[in-house]
Design a protein around this ligand. Structure first.
Ligand code: ADP
Ligand code: MG
Length: 297
C-alpha cells in the first residue's frame, strides 16, 4: 500500500529532524498564518555566558563570593541562564555549595536557602516595588548592562540586593533565514515573545527582521499575546523551549519545541519537537505540510 500523504510527510519531517506527534499536527502545520518566536533558546543558541559579575559596594562580597552564591541557588534549575551562572562559577574554580528549599518561578528566576540565607536570582523585575540605597545601586547596574544589550540577572540575599550579573547569548546561525522563510510562508513577519528586557530583545529582533517585539512577558502574558492574534483570526505557530513557553505552546494552533536544550515540560506540551538543533527545520515542515495537504483529497 502507498502511505497516506500526511503520514509520509511525518516520515519526511523525521528525516529533517522534526518529531511531529500526529497526522492532525502535520496537517495543522500547513494552516498557520502567523508565527510567534521565543528569544532565549529559540532565536538564540540558548547557551548564554556570563560577561559581568558586579557585587554591590557595601554588600560585603567580592566577585567570586557573589558568583558562588548565585551558582548555588541556580544549580538545581534547568533554565539556560542557570547553566550559564553555574558554568561561570566552575570556570573560576569556585565552590557551588548545596542548597535547601529550591523554587523556580518561570519567567522570573529562582530562590533557595544557602548557608541559612535566602538567595534569589533572576529578573530585575524581582526588585520592583523594593526601595533602599542598595536597590537604587542595583537598578543603576541593571540599566548599564541592559544599555549594552546584556541580560541582567539580579542576586538578592534575604531580600537585599547583593549584586548583578551580565549575561550574553549568541543568535542561532539560521535565525535570520528562519524569520525570512516564516515571513514568506505566513505572509507576515513573526512576533518575538520574551521574558527578557526590551533593549536586549529589540537589538536582537532588529538583526533578524522582526519588528513586533513583546518583552518582559511572564508565561501567561505569552498566552495572552497568542490569544490576541487568534482573536484577530490568525492561526498561530508558536516556537519555544522553556517551561515559561509551555502555556503558549499549548494555546497555539501548533506549538513547536526546540528539543536539544528544551525543558521537559515544553517537549511534552508541544505538538512537534525539533530534535536536531536547527531552527530552519520549522519553516521546512510548514512547507512540507502544505505540499502534503495538496495531495490529500
Ligand atoms: P525567554 O522568554 O527569552 O526565553 P525567560 O522567560 O525564560 O526568557 O526569562 C525571562 C527573564 O527571567 C530572563 O531574562 C531573566 O532575567 C529571568 N530569569 C528566568 N529564569 C532565570 C534563572 N533561572 N536565572 C536567572 N534569571 C532568570
Ligand atoms: Mg526560552
Amino acid at each position: 500500500a502507498t502511505m497516506p500523504p500526511l503520514l509520509s510527510a511525518i516520515a519526511t519531517a523525521g528525516r529533517h529532524g522534526v518529531l511531529v506527534k500526529s497526522a492532525v499536527v502535520m496537517e495543522r502545520l500547513g494552516q498557520v498564518d502567523a508565527a510567534a518566536l521565543d528569544k532565549t533558546g529559540t532565536l538564540t543558541q540558548g547557551v548564554p555566558y556570563v560577561t559581568d559579575v558586579r557585587p554591590l559596594p557595601g554588600a560585603g562580597r567580592d566577585e567570586d563570593a557573589l558568583l558562588s552564591l548565585a551558582a548555588a541557588a541556580e544549580y538545581p534549575g534547568e533554565h539556560p541562564l542557570a547553566r550559564a551562572v553555574v558554568d561561570a562559577a566552575r570556570t573560576r574554580g569556585l565552590p557551588v555549595p548545596p542548597v535547601d528549599d529550591f523554587t523556580a518561578t518561570p519567567g522570573l528566576g529562582v530562590a533557595a536557602v544557602v548557608d541559612g540565607a535566602r538567595v534569589a536570582v533572576g529578573s530585575p523585575a524581582l526588585l520592583a516595588g523594593r526601595t533602599g540605597p542598595q536597590v537604587r545601586t542595583a537598578a543603576a547596574e541593571v540599566a548599564a548592562l541592559q544599555a549594552g544589550g546584556r541580560t541582567a540577572v539580579t542576586v538578592t540575599v534575604d531580600g537585599v540586593p547583593a549584586g548583578v550579573l551580565g549575561v550574553a547569548d549568541r543568535l542561532r546561525p539560521d535565525a535570520a533565514a528562519t524569520v525570512t522563510a516564516l515571513t514568506a510562508l505566513t505572509g507576515t513577519a513573526p512576533t518575538l515573545l520574551t521574558g527578557d528586557n526590551e533593549q536586549a530583545a529589540a537589538r536582537l529582533a532588529d538583526g533578524v527582521g522582526i519588528a513586533d517585539v513583546r518583552a518582559g512577558l511572564l508565561p501567561q502574558d505569552k498566552v495572552a499575546a497568542v490569544r490576541e492574534q487568534e482573536r484577530a483570526g490568525r492561526r498561530v505557530l508558536v516556537v519555544g523551549d522553556g517551561v515559561n513557553d509551555a502555556p503558549a505552546l499549548a494555546a497555539a494552533h501548533v506549538g513547536v519545541a526546540m528539543g536539544r536544550a528544551g525543558s521537559d515540560l515544553a517537549l511534552e506540551t508541544a505538538d512537534a519537537v525539533v530534535v536536531r538543533d536547527e531552527l530552519a527545520a520549522v519553516p521546512a515542515v510548514v512547507a512540507l505540510s502544505r505540499r502534503a495537504r495538496r495531495l490529500v483529497v
